[in-house]
Design a protein around this ligand. Structure first.
Ligand code: FHN
Length: 431
């Protein structure tokens, strides 16, 4: 590895991320052989499936209903502005026609590269393109460090360690990332996944950035796609002068905007509809419409982006539950997207059970539960007294349909949140 690479020279200028901050909402897609198993993307690990037994998914991979134009249309209609697709997940299977492996879509019964039609379809719908690439690779002979595999017990791991050459694997990764960043036009995001800085699993030392040769990989990425956004999972945090382009909390909403060494950072929360990233047919913990909308509002109110995941089926479709969830976003965004795109946190204090997003001189009040009497925002006076709140069209603009006022049952609160827009004097500044 080239030790001369100074990571501080690999930091992306803030203005290269302006589009990302403005877009606020993207689609994550986890798709691979595991979709045929329909039981989570960690299927091979969780069920301790040997590589030989896992081969049946490769031998039967033929997504006959794959239609990336349909995927892209649904993403756009949901209000999503960028997409991140797993080009290779931990199983090591590649969706594109990589020249450095046989473990790829063109060698399955499907017989073709899946990535080119995907990129074309999402670009045609106006979405920016992101590639997820797994640092972990359960299939590659030189990636012996992964001892998540219970079947790879200590002896096996030690035996596997014989002849394992993690430097060969790091070179393989650079070759593949080079293919991805030179074969499909301008790529807007590369999303590396899963580092374990300097932890030892059983008797195999996992050395994080040294294993990945992270500085060399990142320098190559910068050279190939100078404006690309790179996430924070190359185990470089803590290196002198380095700040990741984006910080990526997953499956939770932070209580406050993440900071590194006290410094505000650009960040993106990634979430699933159901808990599983890859397709999981029998999973029941699907988020309801209210949770979906509040996840988006909460994230943007803290200054973050939301990357919401879909796990397509083994035949290449979004299942009906995913399509229903995307439709919820589409309907809410049709009315409220102006409170999300280009918006961010406000310096005003959000009232109880409310969130605030702000864009310049427009403040967006997201009301999660109907006010018992009136809503008061410090510094805004009594603009929102109950009476005005319902009827004052001059100052306050309803984004969500005005709630129906029924003398018997009071006010019906639309699902998710009621959002109003009102003018304020001081503009906000989003990170
Ligand atoms: O192990 C992966 C997981 O399958 C999924 O890809 C998520 C997405 O952020 N990343 C890892 C878990 O942190």
């Amino acid at each position: 590895m080239n030790e001369q690479i100074a990571v501080k020279d690999l930091v992306l200028a803030q203005d290269k991320k302006d589009w990302f901050v403005a877009d606020r909402f993207g689609m994550f897609i986890h798709w691979g052989l595991y979709a045929l198993g329909a039981r989570h993307e960690w299927l091979k690990n969780r069920e301790e499936i040997t590589t030989a037994d896992y081969q049946k998914y490769f031998d039967n991979f033929d997504p006959d209903l794959y239609d990336p134009k349909e995927w892209a249309r649904r993403a756009r209609e949901a209000g999503m502005k960028y997409v991140v697709l797993t080009t290779k997940h931990h199983e090591g299977f590649c969706l594109w026609d990589s020249k450095v492996t046989d473990y790829k879509a063109p060698n399955t019964p499907y017989g073709k590269d899946l990535l080119k039609p995907f990129v074309d379809a999402f670009r045609a719908e106006g979405l920016k393109i992101g590639f997820y690439y797994s640092l972990i690779d359960w299939h590659h002979k030189d990636f012996g460090v992964d001892v998540h595999h219970p079947q790879r017990n200590a002896d096996d791991a030690a035996a596997m360690n014989v002849g394992r050459n993690i430097s060969n694997y790091a070179s393989y990764m650079r070759d593949q990332v080079r293919e991805l960043l030179t074969g499909y036009g301008k790529i807007d995001v590369i999303w590396f996944d899963f580092s374990y800085p300097n932890r030892t699993y059983r008797n195999l030392p996992g050395k994080g950035r040294q294993d990945w040769q992270s500085e060399e990989l990142l320098a190559m990425v910068r050279q190939l796609q100078p404006d690309i956004i790179v996430n924070n999972r190359l185990d470089l945090i803590g290196q002198e002068g380095y700040l990741p382009d984006i910080t990526t909390p997953e499956q939770y909403t932070p209580r406050a905007a993440p900071r590194i060494n006290g410094q505000a950072v650009t960040w993106e929360a990634c979430h699933t509809f159901s808990g599983s990233w890859g397709y999981y047919r029998d999973e029941e913990t699907w988020k309801n419409p209210e949770q979906l909308i509040k996840l988006l509002v909460d994230t943007v109110s803290l200054g973050g982006n939301l990357l919401m995941n879909v796990g397509p089926t083994g035949r290449g479709t979004f299942d009906s539950r995913a399509n229903d969830a995307l439709a919820v976003y589409g309907e809410w965004m049709r009315l409220n997207s102006r409170s999300i795109y280009g918006a961010g946190p406000s310096t005003f204090q959000a009232p109880k059970d409310c969130r605030l997003t702000q864009k310049g001189n427009r403040l967006y009040l997201h009301i999660y539960s109907w006010p018992f009497r009136h809503i008061h925002i410090d510094g805004l006076g009594d603009k929102l007294k109950y009476a005005q709140f319902l009827h004052d069209a001059s100052e306050v603009r309803w984004l969500t349909p005005e709630p129906t006022v029924d003398s018997n049952i009071g006010v019906a609160v639309p699902q998710g949140s009621i959002t109003l827009e009102l003018p304020v004097k001081q503009p906000n500044v989003t990170v």
